[in-house]
Design a protein around this ligand. Structure first.
Ligand SMILES: N[C@@H](CCC(=O)N[C@@H](CS)C(=O)NCC(=O)O)C(=O)O
Length: 283
């Protein structure tokens, strides 16, 4: 884990939303890297990411994004991984072992980030009946149903703000793509792919435990790539929190199935940054 090396004159403002998947990833990184930020909530349920002022900061019309104010200049960075890389660039990493593993860590986190979680989340909310034993909390469903009509909002904004039309059009296509990929058959396929991915995560955790001399994993208290809670763990933690929120934790891992993953999640839930930033239930 990188240690704090924040430059004192710099103020970072994080634009995020509590339950947003990628916002959780960014917030977890801020806490893990001990970097302070000013919090600005952008309500994605009310379509606030489509406001022209916000699009100027995040052309993808998405949270998270940051602005960095450095005395007289302000810079914006959008996208969870871009933000995390920026945080790494302003901190010093005291652990040479961590640096040696950077390539593996980056490759792993990229695999996590590439998982189609928007499609899976929407698919599960739309078709909970498909998933035996899954109980989606009613407030997760309510949250979704309270969401503004994003497509209509973007169509309106294309007329209203022609200079931003390109950004709205790109985002509109993405929203339509996610909706088209949340049908029952696609959801089944995506969940099968997720099963395969989680097998690989479990295998990676087994390797990490064995490298530290712990063969059954029962006494391993490290993370994906050893003792440091790395950017790969930040990405995986967010994924596991979302699967838990969607009522899938018990299906994907327990003390008899993917035991290394189950133990990892047990330890994750004890970690203060995870408790503080990751949403595993809604009230
Ligand atoms: N690649 C982006 C994805 C960000 C993203 O998908 N953000 C979602 C919330 S998790 C969002 O802002 N959605 C608003 C909307 O679609 O209206 C990242 O890594 O940050």
């Amino acid at each position: 884990m990188a240690s704090s090396g924040q430059i004192p004159d710099r103020q970072i403002t994080l634009y995020h939303f509590q339950s947003s998947y990628f916002s959780q990833m960014a917030r977890l990184a801020f806490v893990e890297k001990h970097i302070a930020y000013v919090s600005k909530i952008v309500n994605i349920l009310q379509g606030e990411t489509y406001a022209p002022d916000f699009v100027a900061i995040s052309p993808a019309c998405e949270v998270p994004a940051i602005t960095i104010s450095n005395g007289d200049s302000i810079t914006a960075i959008s996208g969870s991984q871009e933000i995390i890389d920026y945080l790494d660039s302003i901190t010093t990493d005291p652990d040479p072992f961590y640096n040696q593993q950077k390539e593996q860590i980056n490759a792993f986190r990229q695999r996590c980030v590439d998982l189609p979680m928007a499609e899976i989340t929407l698919g599960i909310v739309r078709h909970p009946h498909l998933l035996e034993g899954t109980k989606i909390p009613q407030n997760v469903i309510d949250n979704f149903s309270r969401r503004v009509d994003r497509k209509q909002l973007m169509i309106d904004n294309i007329q209203r703000y022609p200079h931003l039309a390109h950004f709205y059009q790109t985002k509109l296509q993405r929203v339509i793509e996610v909706e088209n990929n949340s049908d029952e058959n696609t959801l089944r396929e995506l969940l099968a792919d997720l099963d395969t991915f989680l097998d690989q995560v479990n295998a990676q955790l087994r390797t990490a435990a064995r490298m530290h001399g712990d063969h059954d994993g029962k006494h391993y208290d490290g993370w994906l790539f050893g003792r440091n809670f790395s950017n790969a763990d930040i990405a995986l933690a967010t994924l596991l929190a979302r699967l838990d929120l969607l009522g899938r934790a018990g299906h994907f891992w327990d003390m008899t199935e993917r035991v290394f993953l189950a133990d990892y999640y047990r330890r994750l839930k004890e970690r203060p940054s995870f408790q503080q930033e990751c949403v595993t239930n809604m009230s």
